[in-house]
Design a protein around this ligand. Structure first.
Ligand code: F6P
Length: 268
């Protein structure tokens, strides 16, 4: 059997942990397409050996590279060429690591080729399954917010902190559950209540998921209407960077084991 692995969409800590665990434990030929679905389209295919993956588990990002290819993949001719390339490359099974968008792509591939989807995105946007990368990102956010809090409190300032999520509020809600912010704003309708609440404390950490509201306007409202000293902080790609947490490495190994078991069943 010839198995191809790709990482697709935004990178996530722990993608490499999956690749190391999978390649080391798989007894079939493994190849990868560089930069995700774009690599399938461009036929950028490479072999990957147990020796190649030794030690990559602790590295953030994706050693086999990833890219955004959603818009292109919507086109029928692009999909057709991807399927043809996989067939010409004699791929028996395709493994796709990614988030919600990659899952949709995997459903298209699965109509033509055996496909396994592995949730890997800091957004944790796959229902009922934990995504590789989410725990690492959350740990990174915890560290950042804990750090910001000390300076915020010293200066009696409010900090509006934007976290990632791409429409999924999971990161922001988890920050809230972890007790990091004083206030969490998930949508415009939370703003009025938040504005009232800020006055109760000399300093507030306010967490907002990206896209929920315009944080510049929010900062302006806070400082002008309420005479507060406000700072804005966009955590951005910092959240996706760095080494995977122990939990993500374990999760990645579990998903790798599951894929290997499913491949053995396919063979029967
Ligand atoms: O991978 C998910 C994510 O980090 C989202 O939370 C965010 O909206 C997006 O990717 C950022 O994408 P890019 O890295 O392409 O700027």
């Amino acid at each position: 059997m010839k198995i191809a692995v790709i990482t697709s969409g935004g990178d996530a800590q722990g993608m490499n942990s999956f690749i190391e665990a999978f390649v080391k434990n798989c007894n079939h030929e493994v190849v990868y397409y560089k930069s995700g679905i774009k690599g399938i389209y461009e036929r950028d295919i490479f072999p990957i050996s147990k020796k190649d993956v030794d030690g990559i588990s602790s590295l953030g990002g994706s050693v086999i590279k990833t890219s955004r290819f959603k818009e292109d993949f919507l086109k029928a001719d692009v999909q057709k060429r991807c399927i043809e390339n996989l067939k010409e490359d004699k791929i028996d099974c395709l493994i796709i690591l990614g988030g919600d968008g990659s899952k949709k792509a995997s459903q298209i591939f699965s109509k033509h080729i055996k496909t396994l989807f592995v949730p890997a995105s800091i957004d944790n946007d796959i229902d009922g399954l934990e995504s590789i990368g989410f725990d690492s990102a959350l740990n990174r956010i915890v560290e950042c917010i804990d750090n910001v809090k000390t300076t915020a409190r010293s200066h009696n300032r409010d900090f509006v902190i934007e976290v990632m999520g791409n429409g999924s509020e999971f990161i922001a809600k988890s920050c809230d559950l972890a007790g990091l912010p004083d206030i969490t704003i998930l949508s415009e309708k939370d703003i009025e209540g938040a504005l009232k609440k800020v006055a109760l404390k000399e300093s507030n950490i306010i967490v907002v998921p990206e896209g929920a509201t315009d944080i510049d306007i929010l900062c302006d409202k806070l400082s002008k209407n309420h005479n507060r000293e406000v700072r804005k902080l966009i955590l951005g790609h910092m959240q996706r960077g760095g080494a995977p947490s122990a939990r993500d490495r374990i999760l990645a190994s579990k998903y790798a084991k599951e894929c290997i078991e499913k491949i053995e069943i396919m063979l029967k």
